[in-house]
Write a protein that binds this ligand. Sequence first.
Ligand SMILES: Cc1cc2nc3c(=O)[nH]c(=O)nc-3n(C[C@H](O)[C@H](O)[C@H](O)COP(=O)(O)O)c2cc1C
Length: 175
Amino acid sequence: MFFSWLLKKKKTVSEEYHNPIKNPGLTTVLIVYGSTSGNTICLTSVVEQILRDARVVLDSRNVVETSPEDLKKYDVIILGASTWTGGELQEDFKSFYDGLKTISLEGKHGALYGVGDSSYPHFCKAVDLLRDRLKEANCTIIIDSLKIDGKVEEHFEEAQEWARDLVQRIYRLEN
Ligand SMILES: Cc1cc2nc3c(=O)[nH]c(=O)nc-3n(C[C@H](O)[C@H](O)[C@H](O)COP(=O)(O)O)c2cc1C
């Protein structure tokens, strides 16, 4: 119920977004998230809210509707993914991850977050896999990754604090 509400809310919000490419001179930010049971969507909403409150020019998309080429249109790329069995990437991220190998993100800046469970081996490994792939594409990582252990609802403050720190780092790119 909660997640279906979130999904509906995200659609409405996404429709409200303006195209960041129409705002030359501003740092444009894209969040790409992938989620199997809704937890990363929940975390994405927390991060998005802080960025939007700070008037960051932001677009946010599910990885299933995003291609690696799309990343080239933005200055800052934020990837959010959960980790699954044996430290694997969230299912929807797999082809996107393969596609990242073929592009250059020279001059772009990146940040990563994810949800996992430290009772499994390879805690939040998907975040590290994606970070390494961004680095291989010559994207500069501007903040340590946020890794949420367990229930997102119990870590809202940690997520908000991380997002506020990220906002400051994005602002610095503009100066
Ligand atoms: C079968 C299964 C395997 C999992 N494997 C891992 C793992 O290897 N590492 C980890 O950090 N979390 C692991 N998790 C925890 C998930 O990443 C966690 O439930 C996360 O909140 C799912 O986020 P999502 O709903 O956004 O996909 C696993 C969960 C399940 C159910």
